[in-house]
Design a protein around this ligand. Structure first.
Ligand code: PLP
Ligand code: ZN
Length: 424
């Protein structure tokens, strides 16, 4: 019997379809690929985790996990803002609510389906560069699935690498010493990928990441049989915005969820606001990045430094700009003061701790309401992308990841005969 095709990847520029895992169309480097699922109808499975949405995840199977989206109506924060239909997607850890993202952020929604997808495609090694949240999420997923992952992290960020479980020996850490920033970590990751032919997780180009991130919108649809009118999220790359838009397109195709797409409200943390600047000035491309040292300085003054991203997928076909256009979206810049204030308001009203990016999202929502971009009776989904770290530390034994190799400057790997030798 012919095997049923679960999904294909389709280039958003030329329309060509692919059956293999890839990050690029052969012909169009300036376009994203998007998953086209065989099943057009919104179906949910019996799983109590993210794989309940597996008909719309590129991994056709699932694995045993408690990770998954969690959506509920707001209690106090909506009232305080005068919003009658505010829903919260809580993508951190809050067991009483059923939020069980064990590494504390929605990066768990990216890592679990990505590693499942890679496993199904026979890919067993990945390399990734991270300042923390992505590393924890992939470190956890790879520990659970016993898959190989090489995490590259600037030394200043090493303290953020902890797992709520014993790390598997298959998870390796390379630390970049001295003033090495995230950009340097990305460069080293690229070098290792190219030299040893190891897969990267792929960032915004990885469809498993995007479709995993989009499950908060699917969870909203599952619970309310509707789509939100507004989707609010703090962004660095903006991939979560693209993902929410893509999930909404699939729901619209189903036919039972109406024709309108949720309007994206994407929030950046000053002074790192490339997407906001480009969108507000109606520019087709991002502003020229400042020098490396200026960028570094900006990052150091940021409240939510995980939102710093110098190369967001803005101008790509199907990228952030196209997603904002298609949804009549808005962007915001919030300051540290805005975020700190919004954080304490949210925490007091909802009774849970949230992380810095989520605080930015709350501050952005306040701006949107004040500017009447969102009206009191409209349906809003506020994505709290991470929180509940205090509970994770209370409920689990925390294991710190230790460096397997410490690297200075621009390393030369030409003497290494195999990838494995990197860690010996
Ligand atoms: C990565 C991250 C973001 C930014 O997500 P993008 O959609 O990729 O810009 C926001 N919040 C948290 C907690 C994150 O870890
Ligand atoms: Zn193409």
């Amino acid at each position: 019997m012919k095997q049923k095709i679960h999904s294909v990847l389709k280039c958003l520029k030329c329309g060509r379809e692919y059956n293999d895992h890839r990050l690029f169309c052969d012909d169009c480097k300036d376009a994203l690929l998007r998953t086209e699922y065989a099943v057009k109808e919104f179906r949910t499975g019996k799983e109590k985790n993210i794989f309940r949405f597996k008909t719309w995840l590129p991994a056709s199977e699932g694995h045993d996990t408690r990770i998954g989206p969690c959506v509920f109506p707001s209690e106090g924060f909506g009232r305080a803002l005068g919003l009658k239909k505010l829903h919260i997607a809580f993508s951190g850890y809050w067991p009483e609510r059923g939020a069980l993202n064990i590494t504390g952020t929605f990066k768990d929604h990216e890592a679990a389906p990505t590693m499942e997808y890679f496993r199904e495609k026979g890919i067993h090694d990945i390399v990734l560069s991270s300042v923390g949240n992505t590393a924890r999420a992939f470190g956890y997923a790879c520990s659970k699935l016993n898959m190989n992952c090489c995490i590259i992290v600037p030394d200043k960020m090493l303290e953020r690498l902890w797992l709520p479980c014993k790390p598997s020996a298959s998870v390796k850490v390379i630390v970049l010493q001295d003033s090495c920033d995230y950009a340097a970590a990305i460069k080293l990751g690229e070098k290792i990928r190219a030299q040893f032919n190891v897969m990267t997780e792929g960032g915004a180009r990885n469809v498993a990441r995007r479709d995993g991130m989009g499950t908060t919108v699917l969870e909203f649809a599952r619970l309310t049989a509707d789509m939100p009118e507004h989707y609010v999220q703090a962004i660095g790359s903006g991939t979560g915005g693209i993902a929410a838009y893509e999930a909404a397109i699939r729901l619209r195709q189903d036919g039972r969820f109406g024709e309108r797409l949720p309007c994206l409200h994407l929030v950046q943390n000053s002074p790192f606001t490339l997407i906001h600047e480009a969108w507000q000035s109606h520019s087709e491309t991002l502003p020229k990045p400042a020098s490396n040292s200026e960028e570094m300085q900006k990052v150091q003054t940021m409240y939510a430094d995980v939102l710093a991203n110098t190369t967001p997928p803005y101008a790509l076909v199907g990228g952030v700009r196209d997603s904002l256009k298609a949804t009549h979206g808005q962007t915001y810049a919030v300051t540290r003061e805005d975020a700190v204030k919004a954080k304490s308001e949210f925490e007091r009203k909802e009774g849970v701790s949230i992380n810095e990016p989520s605080a930015c999202a709350c501050a952005g929502l306040k701006q949107a309401v004040a500017a009447k971009k969102i009206r009191p009776d409209q349906i809003v989904l506020l994505h709290i992308t991470g929180g509940g770290y205090d509970r994770i530390h209370h409920d689990f034994k925390i294991h710190r990841l230790k460096p397997d190799r410490i690297i200075e400057g621009n390393p030369d790997f030409s003497s290494l005969r195999s990838y494995e030798q990197l860690f010996n």
